[in-house]
Design a protein around this ligand. Structure first.
Ligand code: ADP
Ligand code: MG
Length: 309
């Protein structure tokens, strides 16, 4: 039996549940991410909505200022949201690295050198810093569910693929430094890089496990089947499986009475059946088009109700 969408986002035994939404810009990923996070929070799960979109769509959707720190969402007790901000991410990542350095066992002078070195050289461009925060959230145990709202375009894959790329860079770096360490006896930095590698290994394990749910958001028009197949293929090298599809902005049947809208609705129905036929292994959910934008908690909750009941 295909699991229903609700079961795919509800936290299981292993927590937190990680939920991602993929798809083209403008299909409703941010709206549906907000709806999912709000629905989870309403059902008693401690939930975090993480946005890495520089456009900060969640400020408009949730109608409040969401900062670079976890911010409580007004009106929903169990929900916090954060706009991951590059500068703030560098600071957070530095703190994590400092904690790791303090746990190393090397000589005092070597530890001191490492601290100064890493304070001066975060070796992180701004963008990469946000990806490190992403890895840290994948390894965090503070929530029952974490819903990610990613920026449009290739950003989604770039972020998801980061733990793999970072791990491969760290491994190369460790190899190079080992040669020097054999001569100089400076081993603390290698230990640090190994600790950082472990974070990525754990993040990858989570992305590849049932803890992670990746859902596609599509409009039931313009060849959504091809789009869905392409995204599935892009995720394959990472071992991430698409678990369900959300067809968004389906025209409500009761309002499609005139010729224009009934024609449009027929077109959508054609694509809805095609998606269901082509992806029998996936749960396909539908969200009808609201008469308003998805702005404010009330609209967000209406979307959630359509999707999860
Ligand atoms: N079911 C819906 N009904 C009405 N408007 C919607 C619906 N889903 C999304 N929208 C609107 O479509 C626009 C794009 O949605 P958004 O969630 O920002 O997409 P994305 O994050 O994929 O770029 C927004 O103005 C949003 O309010
Ligand atoms: Mg968006």
């Amino acid at each position: 039996m295909v699991p229903v969408l609700k079961d795919l986002v509800v936290p299981g035994k292993e927590r937190p549940r990680f939920v991602f939404f993929g798809g083209k810009g403008g299909v409703g990923k941010s709206s549906i991410a907000a709806a999912t996070a709000a629905w989870l929070a309403k059902n008693g799960y401690k939930t975090l909505l993480v946005s890495t979109d520089l456009q900060k769509s969640q400020n408009d959707i949730l109608q409040q200022e969401i900062g670079g720190e976890e911010t409580p969402v007004k009106g929903l007790e169990n929900l916090k949201a954060i706009n991951v901000d590059a500068k703030e991410s560098i600071r957070k990542h530095q703190l994590e690295v400092m904690k790791k350095i303090e746990s190393l066992k090397g000589n005092d002078w070597e530890i001191q050198f490492l601290k100064e070195h890493w304070e001066k050289n975060p070796i992180l461009p701004c963008e990469t810093a946000s990806y490190n925060v992403f890895v840290e959230y994948l390894n965090s145990n503070s929530y029952d569910a974490i819903v990610f709202d990613t920026a449009p375009g290739g950003h989604n894959f770039e972020m998801i693929g980061y733990p793999w790329r970072h791990l491969s860079n760290l491994k190369r770096s460790i190899l190079a430094k080992k040669e020097v360490a054999d001569i100089t006896g400076k081993v603390a930095e290698i230990e640090l890089l190994e600790k950082m590698s472990e974070d990525n290994v754990r993040a990858i394990e989570k992305l590849n496990s049932d803890q992670t749910t990746y859902l596609l958001v599509l409009h039931p028009e313009m060849l959504p089947v091809y789009e869905a197949k392409r995204i599935q293929e892009s995720l394959q090298p990472y071992g991430i499986k698409v678990k369900g599809i959300v067809l968004n902005e389906v025209l409500p049947e009761e309002h499609c009475t005139g010729e224009f809208f009934s024609k449009r609705r027929k077109l959508q129905e054609k694509y809805i059946s095609l998606v269901k036929k082509e992806f029998p292994e996936l749960e396909v959910g539908e969200v009808s088009m609201l008469e308003t934008e998805v702005v404010g908690l009330e609209a967000v909750e209406r979307v959630a109700e359509k999707l999860y009941g």
